[in-house]
Design a protein around this ligand. Structure first.
Ligand code: SOE
Length: 396
């Protein structure tokens, strides 16, 4: 049972839109269902539009609103800075927060460039010496079925991994009149489908296999090159205005790769998979078995155990809602299932636990840097006509 005598950790979150709301409910629920070593206090939410940030503060229970992110970082009652803003601001905010001695949670991808990600990883490493922790928000690792897949792989249940198949499919840009929001601008988002959702499947495949992507050969495409400029924004929806502008990021990225352990991989990240809203499909084929996952059926893991006699073998539909499965015991009785938002609660709990127990949370900024290098290799390969492009590996 959650206890209420845990020491508190003051949270200051910058950004209040989609991710801001997802993180808000994560912080809110962390000590309601779980009992992490520290209890989060929702001290301040930051956003330039004070009225809009204030509305989110009222809905989720943030105590204060700051319209200047530097003022939020400077607050004595803020111990951890949670960055939920577009990628072009991650590095500046994270570096300032670390310099001020604050723990940092930063949304994915870590940054817009390898240079920024490197500076952030180095600053995080320096701050670590003073007990300051940092983590990058690849939340889908915390979907129970995915965490369970990693455990099966670690326990050797599928043996040596030969094939990795990963797709992240969305369709919210199929309409050519959909507005040119910040996610379609390279200077704000870094890249398109590649960094926004391709980064997730790179992280997930590395997380499940325990290996690193070693190199890639890639193609990318921008199917709709010009779109209406955005007008007024209402919550998560933007109106269109009269002008038009250039799309400066990829709409889709397709690449093959090789993992450090030798597995061959295919990746597809697209916002043009008509009818697919948020489908993350992963499959791992090993020498002893296979695992498959689809976020559209996120409480289920398909497991093929090669040790089963051929007459009885087949993919088993494992419903990942038992108390023995990762994260599940804290929630509902078996069979009741979890959703998209629960990953953000698990993320908050894992981070609070790591800080409270003086351990390094995962994924670290160094992990975020490794993924940034993979994204960069995909772009380099695509620009050169799909030439094989090795990815610089983290120091052992
Ligand atoms: C938009 O494509 C987006 O919100 C991503 O930015 C998130 O990381 C993913 O969870 C859902 O889609």
């Amino acid at each position: 049972m959650p206890s209420h005598d845990r020491p508190t950790l003051g949270i200051g979150m910058i950004g209040y839109s989609f991710m801001g709301m997802a993180h808000s409910q994560g912080w809110r629920n962390a000590s309601s269902f779980f009992d992490p070593a520290l209890r989060p206090e929702l001290v301040a939410i930051g956003g330039r539009d004070g009225a809009a940030a204030g509305e989110v503060a009222r809905r989720f229970g943030w105590q204060h609103v700051e319209t200047d992110w530097r003022a939020l970082i400077a607050r004595d009652d803020v111990d951890l800075v949670d960055i939920c803003t577009p990628g072009d601001t991650h590095a500046e905010i994270a570096l300032a927060a670390l310099a001020a001695g604050k723990h940092v949670l930063c949304e994915k991808p870590l940054a817009n460039t390898v240079e920024e990600a490197l500076a952030m990883a180095e600053a995080a490493e320096r701050a670590r010496a003073d007990g300051i922790r940092s983590m990058v928000g690849f939340t889908y690792r915390r979907v129970p079925a995915i965490a369970h897949a990693r455990k099966l792989v670690r326990d050797g249940r599928i043996g040596e991994i030969r094939h990795v198949r990963a797709q992240y499919l969305q369709d919210w840009l199929v309409d050519p009149e959909s507005p040119l929001t910040w996610r379609l601008q390279k200077d704000r988002a870094g890249s398109g489908a590649l960094g926004d959702i391709g980064a997730h499947i790179i992280d997930l495949t590395q997380f499940v296999t325990g290996e690193q992507l070693a190199g890639v050969s890639a193609i990318t495409e921008t199917f709709v090159k010009e779109r209406p400029l955005p007008g007024a924004v209402h919550g998560l929806r933007a109106e269109v205005s009269d002008g038009r502008g250039q799309v400066t990021v990829d709409d889709a990225a397709v690449f093959v790769g090789r993992f450090t352990g030798g597995a061959l991989a295919t990746f597809e990240a697209t916002r043009f998979a008509t009818g697919r809203k948020n489908s993350i499909r992963l499959e791992f084929n090993g020498s002893r078995g296979s695992i498959a996952f689809d976020f559209e059926d996120m409480n289920v893991l398909q497991f093929f155990d090669g040790a089963t006699p051929a007459t009885e073998a087949g993919f088993t539909r494992v419903v990942v809602t038992e108390p023995e499965h990762p994260y599940v015991a804290a929630w509902w009785p078996a069979g009741h299932g979890l959703g998209y938002e629960h990953g953000f609660t698990h993320q908050a709990v894992d981070l609070l636990t790591a800080i409270g127990e003086d351990r390094d949370p995962e994924p670290s900024f160094a992990d975020g840097l490794a993924i940034q290098r993979a994204l960069d290799a995909v772009e380099t390969s695509a620009a050169s006509g799909a030439a094989w492009t090795p990815i610089e590996q983290p120091a052992p």
